[in-house]
Design a protein around this ligand. Sequence first.
Ligand code: ADP
Length: 648
Amino acid sequence: MSIFNTSLVLKQGYMVKRSQNKKLYTLVNFKKRWFVLTRKYLIYYDDENESKRREKGRVELERVHTIEAANTFFTTEEVGIEGEYFPFLVGYHADDDYTLFLLALQPLDRIEWIVAIREACANNIILRYYFHPAPWNGRKWNCCKSSTKLAEGCRECGNWLPNSVTDDNSNKEELGSTQSGTIMPGGTPGTPSARQKDNKPVQRSKVVVALYNYKAIESGDLSLEKNQEYEVLEDSQEHWWKVKDSKGNVGFIPSNYVKEKELLGLQQYEWYVNDMSRQRSESLLKQEDKEGCFVVRNSSTKGLYTLSLYTKVPHPHVKHYHIKQNSRGEFFLSEKHCCVSIPELINYHKHNSGGLASRLKTSPCDRPAPATAGLSHDKWEIDHSELMLLEELGSGQFGVVRRGKWRGSIDVAVKMMKEGTMSEDDFIEEAKVMTKLQHTNLVQLYGVCSKNRPIFIVTEYMRHGSLLNHLRRHEQSLSSNQGLLLDMCIQICKGMAYLERLNYIHRDLAARNCLVGTENVVKVADFGLARYVLDDQYTSSGGSKFPIKWAPPEVLNYTRFSSKSDVWAYGVLMWEVFTCGKMPYGRLKNSEVVDRVQKGLILEKPKGCYKEVYDVMRKCWAHLPENRPSFRILKDTLLNVSQGILVD
Ligand code: ADP
């Protein structure tokens, strides 16, 4: 993490940065910034002299998928900074898709920046085939006039390797605009993503490090040992890669269990918990209940980190400290003790409290490993005889759900489908696709047992059961912790934003269809299942089992489902969360609810709920689907609300 060591600076200099307008209603502005490119980040600082320079933001290079010259003209009036501009763009995917428009001030400088950033990103896994050469203006892409923000770019990307840029494109106008090349998004064995001029893959081996232990059960798979290195032989399937261990054994492993060695960063440390929210880190540390127990997590301010520390003095509580950086780029918790990297800083405070509430002692161990996409590579059909069925977890629309063990070791939930409740053949086809959906906030589908009847749907096991029951059971403690409630909503929103991006509609989003796991993780379950239900009472909006109270007007009137009807349901789900599991519209009959919804009457603000949170629910209940925000925007809004009303 020592990124300011000058030997690691690949390029630096002034450029003008166009605002990214991540929030919907901010005006476009242009600011002169000092940019520093390191092996891992493109960082920008305000335009102060060196000693006072403060970081304004950074892009993690690992996340970059596009680096292209832009063909837009920016006028001096628009930019407000004297000079000529030579724009280019850096597209990247963090929690969402972003494009950074940068204006180099010299033609050659633009080429050098593009070359330098492309070189630093030469190993990136996911590269785009197309890009938009002009910015999004809030309504349309200025280049192709498409009004869909997520629309694929209208111009083909150029080759990435520096040779191809400098050789072919000494003329700046050629960069990325007329040059075409095929991009291989990480699909070729042994060559994750690098390309060269003639489009032949560059032979460079990728080494990954295991973040978790993994026990191979199926033949053809390979066990992983935490912290050991593996060479990637094939990464053409998204979720299962073929790797070789140090003894020469070869097999498939789940790709979400490893991280490229060069990009490992803080992930190799036990104490780093990534995107865990303030609220979840508090519950985790309180549960451990050990003096000096700590974690480091990403702060809600992008690019920054927070240390969360548990102490019993004077009473058990968790303190949160921002890890700050001085002008030399050193990290500190108290200005007297600066270190060149975060691990060194942590190490220092393991020996000296140095102003903290306690010396850093331990961090939570045995944290759960994530679910894998399927139980083995290319596996979605599960053998009945390999499932040991245990206690009943509940029962629902389709029948009984039981806990199970697959091959005696992996916890699973088994939904035993009552015969005649779903169109089985169609569902089994769909299940092949669904096992490939993978997100921290979606309940992972492992596969199906479709050879016998009843068919079983096998999913990730979620220890604390349905969100609705969880809310009701813990009403007392939860109702006083609005932060935790909001965090649950944000988690669900993240899972839904992932589905929305894939154009996948849930159709029955509600608290009863979300599940709670360890460490207060909340996940969306049963996505897309509604399409395969055969029961008319459930599928027709007039049916007694139809989720009327979660349905927007266009579903009630025309059964028109879309991601925007999911957004309406999400608003109702937020309401369920903030009332700790009350029934929406109380005892009103379905027909009365329909009447109210048609008249534009909405659910009242839950007691104790912040106005800002209720405002978000109201946005979800816009009468016309096109006036409702997308999950992507909702997620940003909720994160902003959470930053505004809660301290990070
Ligand atoms: P259905 O889809 O048939 O209506 P549900 O998915 O609602 O069934 O499941 C019924 C109950 O079973 C849930 O309320 C929950 O308590 C339990 N359950 C379902 N799936 C899981 C799971 N993956 N892990 C733990 N419990 C589960």
